[in-house]
Design a protein around this ligand. Structure first.
Ligand code: ADP
Length: 181
């Protein structure tokens, strides 16, 4: 599924984010940038040790913020590491932190003049964010950014599995009816 927002394209696909050839991939890092499971493990495995070497130098990243490293052996030139919130009950600033993770990743891509990037569903794995809510926050934040920034031409959400792809698709369908053509 895809929609156009001004000059930019927002695309949802099902797949493995490590295979993407956008300028950058976004990683669901932890605040120590120490590597882990899920997307984080897959990116470090596929990208090789150069990514971790840069993460060690950077040292860490607060929740809701983002940092950038080389893409190592990946097709993508860069990895943007962002830290989503661990979901507790929704009353601990989770929504703003999750929106921040998307927004700060996009800002970093703009600052580096990148034209395309791929996101996973941040916080929707081990960090336990309810899927429907995670999808709504992810998509509204990216749509809002693309409306106001023409520099990024392509954002791809690379979703792992049919269920999460279906949830994101349904939420995007609802939201896109509100976007002026
Ligand atoms: P978090 O710790 O932020 O919850 P996870 O990496 O545990 O992040 O999971 C985030 C989402 O990414 C989940 O929906 C998970 O199924 C998905 N995922 C896991 N591996 C990949 C991959 N290789 N490509 C794309 N998405 C993935």
């Amino acid at each position: 599924m895809e929609i156009r927002i001004g000059n930019s394209l927002l695309v949802l696909v099902q797949g493995d984010i490590t295979q993407e050839d956008t300028d950058a991939l976004v990683n669901t890092a932890n605040s120590r940038l120490a590597g882990g499971g899920g997307v984080d493990g897959a990116i470090h495995r596929a990208g090789g040790p150069a990514i971790m070497a840069e993460c060690r130098k950077i040292g860490g990243c607060p929740t809701g913020q983002a940092v950038i490293t080389t893409g190592g052996n990946l097709k993508a030139r860069y990895v943007i590491h962002t830290v989503g919130p661990i979901y507790r009950d929704g009353s601990h600033g989770e929504e703003e932190l999750l929106a921040g993770a998307y927004r700060e990743s996009l800002k970093l891509a703009s600052a580096r003049n990148l034209k395309s990037l791929s996101f996973p569903a941040i916080s929707a794995g081990v960090y336990g964010y309810p899927l429907q809510e995670a999808a709504r926050i992810a998509l509204t934040t990216v749509i809002e950014y693309l409306k106001n920034h023409q520099d990024i031409e392509l954002v791809r959400f690379v979703l792992f599995g049919q269920k999460i792809f279906d949830v994101f698709s349904a939420v995007l369908k609802d939201l896109s009816s509100e976007i002026p053509k």
